[in-house]
Design a protein around this ligand. Structure first.
Ligand SMILES: [Zn+2]
Length: 313
C-alpha cells in the first residue's frame, strides 16, 4: 500500500454549490480511497469506486447516493491521488463537493507531494480485452426525466452524441490515454491529446508539466443555464476557462491553445482511478464524458475475462 506521510488539509469552494468546504486527506492503512462526510452524523465511509458512482450530471463524477451521503466532483482529486501514487487514504470532507481550487489537478498534486508519499502501490488492473461504451447506450438506460435533462444540456451546449470511450490492452504496461474533443465553438474545434503513465518519474514529470494545470471549461452562455439549475455557482474566472458567446475566444487566458482537451486527460485519469487500482490499458476517449468513463469500467468488470488483477505485497 502507499499512503501520505502526513495529513493534508485543503480548503476551497465547490464549483457547483459555491459553498466553502474543508477537506483533510488522511493517511490510511486500509487499501482504497474512501470519503467520509464529517458534517453528516454516523455517515459511512464511501469507497471511491466505479460501482459507487452515482449521478454524473454530464459534468462531474459523484460518489455515493445522490439523495444520501455523497461527494461530488471527485475527478480532479482522484487524478492527483493516482499521479501521486496514493492507493490508501481517507478523505474527510464537511460538504457535498470537493474544493475546485484552480479547476485543475495541480494544487492537489502539489499538496500531496509536499506531504510526501510512503509505500508501494498494491493493485494493478490489466485490461485484457477491448471494451467500449457508447453515448447511445447511456441514453437507452435513462428514465424520461434524465433523458429530457440530457437532451436539454446537450442542445444548450451544441454537443452531438456519437461519443465513445474504449479501453484496450496496452503493449507498454502503461495507462495510455488519447482524448479527442469536438466542439462547434471555433476556439476549441477538434483537439486530440495523448498522455501515457507508466509509473516512471518521466511520465509523472510529463503530467506535471503538460497536463496537471489544465482547467475545466464552459461556455459563458451555458453558465447562465447551469446557475439557474443550481450548478456552476462556484465557477469564476479563476477556476474555469470561459468561452465567449461567439465561441471564437475565451474571457480569461488559456495556458495552452489545447488546454480544453488536456483537461479531459485529467478527467479520464481521475475516473479510471475509480477502478480500485492502477489501470494498465489504452483508453481512447472520443467526445467522452464522466458517464462514459463510468460505463466503460462497469463493462470491463462485468466479465472476468476482460481483465487481470495483479496484487503486489
Ligand atoms: Zn474536470
Amino acid at each position: 500500500m502507499s499512503t501520505l506521510k502526513k495529513a493534508v488539509e485543503i480548503k476551497g469552494k465547490g464549483i457547483h454549490s459555491g459553498l466553502p468546504v474543508n477537506m483533510v486527506v488522511r493517511p490510511s492503512r486500509m487499501l482504497g480511497i474512501f470519503f467520509q462526510r464529517t458534517d453528516i452524523a454516523d455517515s459511512d465511509k464511501i469507497a471511491a469506486t466505479y460501482d459507487n458512482v452515482g449521478e454524473t450530471k454530464m459534468r462531474n463524477t459523484t460518489i455515493g447516493a445522490t439523495n444520501g451521503a455523497h461527494v461530488q466532483t471527485i475527478e480532479h482529486l482522484m487524478a492527483a491521488l493516482f499521479m501521486a501514487g496514493i492507493d490508501s487514504a481517507v478523505i474527510e470532507i464537511d460538504g457535498a463537493e470537493t474544493p475546485i481550487l484552480d479547476g485543475s489537478a495541480a494544487q492537489f498534486f502539489d499538496a500531496f507531494m509536499r506531504a510526501g508519499v510512503t509505500g508501494a502501490v498494491r493493485r494493478k488492473i490489466v485490461v485484457k480485452r477491448p471494451v467500449i461504451a457508447r453515448a447511445a447506450e447511456l441514453r437507452r438506460g435513462m428514465n424520461i426525466f434524465t433523458r429530457a435533462k440530457w437532451w436539454l444540456i446537450n442542445t444548450v451546449s451544441g454537443r452531438k452524441s456519437n461519443g465513445y470511450v474504449k479501453l484496450m490492452p496496452s503493449v507498454d504496461n502503461a495507462l495510455e490515454i488519447t482524448a479527442t474533443l469536438v466542439y462547434p465553438e471555433k476556439i476549441i474545434g477538434s483537439q486530440t491529446y495523448s498522455y501515457s503513465f507508466d509509473g516512471t518519474k518521466k511520465s509523472v514529470d510529463d503530467f506535471v508539466k503538460n497536463v496537471a494545470r489544465a482547467r475545466t471549461f464552459g461556455k459563458f452562455s451555458e453558465w447562465e443555464y447551469l446557475k439557474a439549475h443550481g450548478m456552476g455557482r462556484g465557477a469564476d474566472e479563476t477556476n474555469v476557462i470561459a468561452l465567449n458567446n461567439r465561441g471564437d475566444g475565451t474571457l480569461n487566458k488559456t495556458i495552452w491553445p489545447d488546454e480544453f482537451v488536456r483537461h479531459k486527460v485529467i478527467d479520464a485519469l481521475g475516473d479510471m482511478y475509480t477502478a480500485g487500482g492502477f489501470v494498465v490499458g489504452k483508453l481512447e476517449s472520443y467526445k467522452g464524458s464522466h458517464a462514459l468513463n463510468n460505463l466503460v469500467l462497469k463493462k470491463l468488470f462485468s466479465d472476468a475475462s476482460n481483465y487481470d488483477i495483479i496484487e503486489s505485497k
